[in-house]
Structures are given as C-alpha cells and as structure tokens.
Design a protein around this ligand. Structure first.
Ligand code: 8YV
Length: 315
C-alpha cells in the first residue's frame, strides 16, 4: 500500500526522521524556498501535518490541503494551530502532553535557584580569579521558605508547586477555579493578588488569545522590586514592553525567561539587562523527553491513518 503523505513544518531530530520516513512520504516544508508553490504542488496528496509547538499550522495552510486529516504537534502547547480552521475542516489535532511535564518543572525550579543564588556569576567569580583577588562572592537571596505563586495550576504548574513545596515554600496559585487538592495551597482570586503575596511568580498558563498579557504592568508591579518572575509558558502571556520597562527601572527585581516575543530573535533590550536569566526555549529539551514527544507525534499520525483512537487528541 502507498505510504500516507505528510507535510513536515519544522525539523526534528534524526531518530524521529528515520521513523517518520519509514512509515510516511515526508514532504519537508521547512526546506522549501517557495512555500506556497511547494504546498500547491502536493496539496491533494497531504493527509497529515507534523509540526512543532511554535510553528503550528495556520488557516491558509489548513484550507490549502483538501485531504488533510490530522495535525500532530510536537509540543504540549497548540496555540499556534488555528483550532477553529481545523474544526471547520474536520481536521483532528494532537499534542504531546504529560511526557514533558517533569522536565519543564525541573528547568523552572532550576532557573529560580540559579538566579537567586547567583550560580552563573559565582562560577565567573571562580574562573576569573576574583575569588582570590577580591575575596568572598557577594551574598545572595534565599529560596527555601519563601512565598511562591503559580499562575495556572495545570499539569506543569502542579509539578512546579510540588517541587517548591519540597523546598518548604509557601505555595499559592491562581487558576480559573480553585482546585480540589490534597495539598493546603492557597487559592488567590486574581493574578495581581497572587503577585502581591509572592516572592517568586511562575507563569504556567496555556498560550493563546485568552491569556494574552495576563501578566500586565499591574501584576509586574505587584510582584515588585524584590520579586522574581519565571516564565516557561508563552511570551504572549506577559506584556513584554511592561516587563522590559520594569526590569530597566528595577520596579521588578528579576526575570527568568525561557520564551520571548519573536524568538529566537529576542528584543536586544533583554541582553543589556543584568537582572535576567535568559534561556533558549528549552524547558522540554532533554533526550528522554524529546524522544517521547517524537514518538507521540508519530503514534498519533499512525493511529489516524489506521483508523484507531488517537493517543493524545486535542480535538
Ligand atoms: C516545544 C513547547 O515543543 O511543548 C511546548 O509547548 O513549547 C516546547 O516543548 C519545543 O521547544 C519543541 O518545539
């Protein structure tokens, strides 16, 4: 039987490519110079899209593929897929939840610890000889026992909260509704109230229009000059202009960021700051997790073409 044809929107590691190419006719959209012509030439053949969280699939692309059945996203976030267009066209959408939760939580907490204890600057202190010439490294800020706020208590938010609780931190969260939890974490009624009571505020909201700029100037100011913002979700959840201004004026103490508007070309004002820890959107970037994500992208495609239930459907 002919292999199903899929359109690959962004690159994957070698191990994923091998598996995909064995099973499917893979059309590498990301390597095409003239994208529109590339799609037009094979539009009728394509039954599946394999994409990445950040790249998604827009309405124009979905509408250009009359035989499209499924969009399989390499990532838990599917905000870059036009869900309405997919629904209207009867196209299924899948993502890669759960397998990345622990790694994203680990990097989030690692950023909080690294930044608070000055780990990067402290290594520079050793390497540069400052330890010998200047003496002890400047004192840093304690983490354990402090107040932490989780904005969005989904799977990732919950795992961050659990890790923070193990550091004897006082945990509070903001969610659409209070959660029925075994833990005695405090529910706050607004993002601003959560920021107000927090030393560290983790942003773990889903992306998309509904959460655009939930972290606005007011929330940033409520967190204040001694507060730290940690964003591992989507840049759109934070008003980046307000964030940059607050960091420059030091009305916000510090920000740890794994996501940026227009990434990887981030605003150069971030680079000039000394109160940020900047990471290249790699919270899910371990061998173990990326292998599991690639396997789910593949399994969802195969299930669709074999008429079986999808392992991780969004719609
Ligand atoms: C990306 C992510 O998928 O899962 C998400 O929503 O943003 C990340 O895990 C990853 O960077 C690969 O594109």
């Amino acid at each position: 039987m002919d292999k199903p044809h899929i359109l690959q929107i962004g690159p994957y590691p070698e191990w994923d490519m091998e598996r995909l190419e064995k099973q499917f006719e893979v059309h590498r959209y990301f390597e095409a110079r003239d994208k529109a012509a590339f799609v037009a030439e094979r539009a009728g053949l394509i039954r599946g899209i394999a994409t990445r969280a950040k790249l998604g699939a827009n309405k124009a692309l979905i509408d250009a593929l009359p035989n499209l059945e499924i969009i399989s996203v390499y990532g838990v976030g599917y905000d870059a897929v036009d869900l309405e267009a997919a629904k209207a066209a009867g196209v299924r959408v899948t993502n890669t939840p759960d397998v990345l939760t622990g790694d994203v939580a680990d990097l989030s907490v690692a950023m909080m610890l690294t930044a608070s204890r000055g780990v990067i600057g402290a290594q520079d202190w050793v390497r540069s000889g400052d330890w010998q010439s200047k003496g002890s490294f400047p004192l840093q800020t304690r983490v354990f026992g402090k107040r932490v706020g989780i904005l969005g208590l989904g799977r990732i938010g919950y795992e961050i909260a659990r890790r923070c609780a193990a550091f004897d931190m006082d945990v509070a969260y903001r969610n659409l509704k209070p959660k029925d939890l075994a833990e005695d974490w405090t529910f706050e009624s607004s993002a601003e109230a959560l920021a107000e009571r927090s030393d560290f505020l983790f942003v773990t909201l889903t992306g998309g229009a509904a959460n655009k700029h939930v972290v606005d100037q007011k929330v940033i100011e409520a967190l204040g000059p001694n507060g730290m913002l940690i964003n591992v979700s989507r840049a759109t959840n934070v008003d980046e202009t307000a964030l940059l201004e607050a960091l420059e004026k030091k009305t916000l103490g510090f920000a740890c960021l794994d996501v940026f508007e227009g990434e990887p070309a981030l605003n150069p004002r971030f680079i000039a700051l000394d109160n940020v820890l900047l990471q290249p959107h790699h919270a899910s970037g371990t061998f173990e997790t990326r292998k599991a994500m690639g396997k789910l992208v593949f399994d969802n495609l195969v299930a669709q073409f074999e008429g079986r239930p999808l392992p991780t459907p969004v719609i």
